[in-house]
Design a protein around this ligand. Structure first.
Ligand code: HEM
Length: 332
């Protein structure tokens, strides 16, 4: 009996120590900046910046969502993507078309004025994206904060982390799983493709030369093929863009579940997105979301989960004073 009691208390100690370790490391939480920036409201300040930018340019919804994804999926949500430098992540080919750095710079300047060295760039990405998603019709969610910024950034870190446009669904499921994200999270996050654009160079094969046959992708809706061809002529000398969302009733700037309906009607613009309807794991998820009313809430929850991937908290990393430059020695 005594042995059993001793075992129980050892077990309790182990649980308490584990909890203590988690507390020491620090965890993300809603309202982390409450009272840390004098009487200023950090989240309201960022919302002001994002709203001002959105009024001028509603495509910032797409810019920020993609920025958050590309930051988080490579080494965690640590703002490593924002660092300037000849060999930094933002210089890697898949990141060359990312936009939205100026929005984070403006938000950083605004919060630095209120309380220098308090708000991390990694949190600014998460807060700004949340505000943009809301303005873009994607529903409002609470954002958890307390992230810290990486000390460095390296382009070669992208190699195995960022999904290429030609990735298979199975490979993508594995890539997301490695970051703790389920196939449902992945399919929900891909709802971000209900806003934004794709360059013709990324879809031309499907329009003109599917698998080197000299023909278009036979399963693609023929009307869509013609619409896309008119915007992406075969011998064009410029790389035009087309909206990822070609037929949502609420337009190409609104985050909505019409994206999934389009996939079910073979009107996916990106080949990868259309492949989701062919894979046994993702097809039922797409079919379900095509008819769901709670997509905005579920999308927000998936973005929150993405925002927790590989975060630096507690005493790791730093709070950068400029999102483009580490506080310590500069990158080459
Ligand atoms: C396997 C996963 C994914 C693949 C293969 C993929 C691929 C792509 C490609 C090829 C483009 C077009 C780029 C261009 O031509 O300029 C694009 C755009 C975009 N992606 Fe993804 N993506 C994936 C996941 C995600 C996720 C998880 C998000 C956000 C949560 C996201 C957000 C966006 C947005 C918003 C755009 C439009 C960007 C703009 O208008 O500037 N993507 N993606």
């Amino acid at each position: 009996m005594k042995v059993a009691t001793a075992e129980v208390s050892v077990g309790l100690w182990v649980i308490m120590l584990a909890n203590w370790a988690v507390l020491c490391r620090g965890a993300l939480r809603v309202g982390f900046y409450g009272g840390k920036c004098g009487i200023a409201d950090v989240e309201a300040t960022v919302a002001g910046v994002v709203t001002g930018q959105f009024v001028r340019d509603p495509t910032i919804v797409a810019s920020l969502l993609r920025l958050q994804f590309h930051d988080c999926i490579v080494g965690g949500c640590d703002a490593s993507l924002l660092l300037d430098g000849m060999k930094s992540e933002k210089r890697a080919t898949p990141n060359l078309r990312l936009r939205g750095y100026n929005i984070i710079d403006e938000a950083k300047a605004a919060v630095e004025k209120l309380c220098p060295g308090v708000v991390s760039c990694a949190d600014l990405i998460a807060i700004a994206t949340r505000d943009a998603v809301f303005l873009g019709g994607g529903g409002r969610y609470d954002v958890r904060t307390g992230r810290r910024d990486s000390l460095a950034s390296a382009a070669h870190n992208l190699n195995s982390s960022l999904p290429s446009p030609s990735i298979s669904v199975s490979e993508s499921i594995k890539l997301f799983a490695d970051k703790g994200l389920t196939p449902t999270d992945m399919v929900l996050l891909l709802g971000a493709h209900s806003v934004g654009v794709v360059h013709c160079s990324n879809i031309k094969d499907g329009l003109y030369n599917m698998k080197n046959t000299g023909r278009f992708e036979p399963s693609m809706d023929h009307l869509l093929v013609n619409e896309l061809k008119s915007r992406c002529p075969e011998n064009a000398t410029t790389d035009n863009t087309v909206n990822l969302d070609q037929s949502s009733p609420v337009g190409p700037f609104t985050i909505d579940s019409a994206y999934y309906k389009q996939l079910m009607s073979n009107r996916g613009v990106l080949k990868f997105d259309q492949k989701l309807t062919l894979h046994p794991v993702t097809r039922p998820l797409v079919a379900n979301l095509a008819n769901s009313l709670d997509f905005p809430t579920r999308f927000g929850a998936a973005v929150v989960k993405l925002g927790a991937v590989g975060v630096l908290t507690g005493t790791s990393g730093e709070i950068r004073r400029s999102c483009r430059v580490p506080n310590g020695p500069h990158l080459p």
